[in-house]
Design a protein around this ligand. Structure first.
Ligand code: NAD
Ligand code: ZN
Ligand code: ZN
Length: 348
């Protein structure tokens, strides 16, 4: 089968012919229906290097996957060949206390996990291929009626990651509150929809791209600004001077973190989701009182079930730009150049 593989850090991926995996006991072979191209993969190709992560290339890219159950390994029950499924991307040990809580993203026995701190497309072979080997049935969620793999795939990361971040701040997103979304690309445009579907907050978006701001407004944002010298003042004016209750930074650069910090309301949440590698100096008078700063990584199985439910009911809808597997490398080029609308999704 064909697979788009990252062969080394700081390199472009290569389309190669590789054997179709065969599922061992407890494993499931999924026929890939769609695999999203996440900006994190660009960080892997451009910035990451030896030693930064507990895993390394070579592996097949694609950590945002959905498709159909193809072959069940020995002992797997509860799934049927042909059944449409979404893949829960982080693969932990399944038995430590974090994994038992469903937080396989934060597995505390990485030595017992198939890959420490990763999953398919992050250290192990991912979904930018015709088939994906999934190490356990618990990593699959049957798709609800009305949701196909092309819609479901982006929801497994670009939808799930903002959902997890928004749920974490749900208590602060009451009527009259304001949420700021910095970066309205793959994650951000769905972050806006998650805010609209699950909270009563007013939603303000900041993105330099006209097309991203248009998509944000079409996704339900109340206001959209290009970043500039007046952005903080504009956010303060919209909020009667007090600032934003929650800022979700889907970029994470020095500039966006500074913007986030300057836009905060006292007792607000500043959540860093983007991994552009910026830093935010934290000191007692450097932030409004009682602002919480947090990072979030992906989301869990239970949250994915909820996200897919929102998707099936039309409350979350990923805007997609489709590519074939032969053109998958082009999807990343366009993502890098900022010309993708919504999420780039590879359909093999
Ligand atoms: P994307 O390229 O689709 O979207 C990024 C958006 O940010 C673009 O619309 C771009 O125009 C905008 N942007 C760039 N500079 C900006 C600035 N200075 N101010 C405001 N907006 C700006 O990327 P994506 O796939 O949505 O990923 C976003 C980030 O989240 C990446 O860093 C990615 O690695 C990271 N990510 C993190 C997690 C996690 O679990 N923490 C999961 C997935 C992705
Ligand atoms: Zn991702
Ligand atoms: Zn674990």
């Amino acid at each position: 089968m064909r697979a788009l593989r990252l062969k080394a850090w700081k390199s472009d991926p290569v389309l190669e012919e590789v054997p179709v995996p065969s599922p061992g006991p407890g494993e499931v072979l999924v026929q890939v229906g769609a695999a999203g191209a996440c900006h994190s993969d660009l960080h892997l190709m451009r910035e990451f290097d030896e030693g930064l992560l507990p895993w390394a290339p070579p592996f097949t890219l694609g950590h945002e996957n959905a498709g159909w159950v193809h072959t069940l390994g020995e002992g797997v029950t509860g799934l049927e060949p042909g059944q449409p499924v979404a893949v829960v991307g982080a693969w932990g040990c399944g038995t430590c206390s974090r994994c038992l809580d469903g937080l396989e993203t934060y597995c505390e026995r990485p030595d017992l996990a198939p890959v420490p701190g990763g999953g398919g497309g992050l250290g192990l072979d991912g979904g930018m291929a015709e088939y994906l080997l999934v190490p356990g049935a618990r990593h699959l969620v049957p798709l609800p009626e009305g949701l196909d793999p092309v819609q479901a795939a982006p929801l497994t990361d670009a939808g799930l990651t903002p959902y997890h971040a928004v749920r974490r701040s749900a208590a602060k997103l009451v009527p009259g509150s304001t949420a700021v979304v910095i970066g309205a690309g793959g994650l951000g445009h769905l972050g806006v929809q998650v805010l609209r579907a699950t909270t009563a907050a007013r939603v303000v978006v900041v993105d330099p791209r006209d097309a991203a701001r248009d998509l944000a407004v079409a996704s339900g944002a109340d206001h959209a600004f290009a970043p500039g010298p007046d952005t903080v003042q504009a956010i303060r004016e919209l909020t009667g001077g007090v600032g934003a209750d929650v800022v979700l930074d889907f970029v994470g650069s020095d500039d966006t973190l500074a913007l986030a910090a300057a836009s905060m309301r006292q007792v607000g949440d500043l959540t860093i989701v983007g991994i552009a590698g910026g830093t935010l100096p934290v000191s007692f008078f450097g932030l409004p009182y009682e602002v919480s700063v947090q990072t979030t990584y992906w989301g869990n199985r239970r949250e994915l079930v909820e996200v897919l439910d929102l998707g099936a009911r039309g409350l979350l809808r990923a805007e997609t730009t489709l590519f074939t597997l032969d053109d998958a490398a082009e999807a990343y080029r366009q993502l890098e150049h900022g010309t993708i609308r919504g999420r780039a999704v590879v359909v093999p």
